[in-house]
Ligand binder design. Sequence first.
Ligand code: ZN
Ligand code: ZN
Length: 397
Amino acid sequence: MKAGAANIEQEFSIELNLNAFKIRKWLNHRAYNFVDTSTHNLETVIESTLRKCRARNFTPLQTACAIRPMIGLNPRQAAANWKFQRTFVMYLSNPNPRRRRSMSKRNSISDEIAELLEKLEGALNYSLEQISQYARLLAEKNWVEEYNEGKYEIFRQAMELGLIGVCEKVWVTAEDEKVCRDCWMMSGNVAAFDEQFRDKQGNAVGLIPPLHPRCRCVVYYRRLLPPGLNDITPTAMSTPNTSPYLLGRVDPNDGEQLAAVIRHYEERISTQSIENAIIITAYGEVYHTTGDLNTVNPILLLGNKLNGATVTHNHPRDSANEYSFSGNDIELFMSHSIERLRGIDERFVYELNRNPQDSDVGSVTVEDMADGFGYRHFKVMEKAEELGIGYRRWRHE
Ligand SMILES: [Zn+2]
Ligand SMILES: [Zn+2]
């Protein structure tokens, strides 16, 4: 809880830094009134929300949850979002009798967090809707371009400050009949935060909209990783034999967050041409390391930290991969008491765990037999049974 509080304290002192190099560069090229407005907006929004939270004796956690959906909104939208959140809270604090009964059992902190997250998700969805409406409004005033620049910069700084985690960009059109064909083609397109959007032909079209003059497209920033956790860079993923280094921390007891984090990193490493591994220790530290085409030996430098850890790694295309775990993988899992070991290649995800019930051992599908990728899979099944551990494999897109 201490670490969580520190994060929140940090959130309270967020201030858009106008001296940041990118902002300065941008100011030299453009009318500065929009940055001024959006900075002012962010400050006004946070200040007024803080005031309201204090008046209601919100806990730091409640306050943080109330503020998060407000980032990127103007004061008027923030007021609407606040009202939306309050409606939610009123409902939660004036439950009907049936809900009250289930609420009376609700006394642990984790229940409070679960409830707040539910509220936060609703408020975030609402804020997305508001942003898209705002884009339509701004288009009439020709402000979309400035809006996009300002918002990108705010998110960049909020990410840097650890207020929000790593985001990716989703291209959003104004979604009305006036949207041109080219923009429709971009709709829903996804790019990493620092990378350019690409059209269907693979041509780079820019970090953010517009696609053309009077384009009304905007960006939705989708949160990929929780705050406090860095992404892996393309350079880090392609540099061989990197010693394990810390990417950040996760809550090791939050299963849903853990699963999302693993999914995200696996998607990143699955296409690499050398082995990459992500290690989440029993205490929630997250490490990244790389090896070569067929091994990822630097992982051993983590020593005791592997005990109880969740580990995932990729088997590159054109490696000695046999669409399941190698003998070395199983040896690593056993001798370092790894809690869960996963592997991913261009076809399958496979997993070893410590629970023989949590396993597909013995249930061979016709598909496994027919597709020619089954030989090693059967061998690993036999081995898992012998060792009394869980093993399964499934396809991914
Ligand atoms: Zn457009
Ligand atoms: Zn392996």
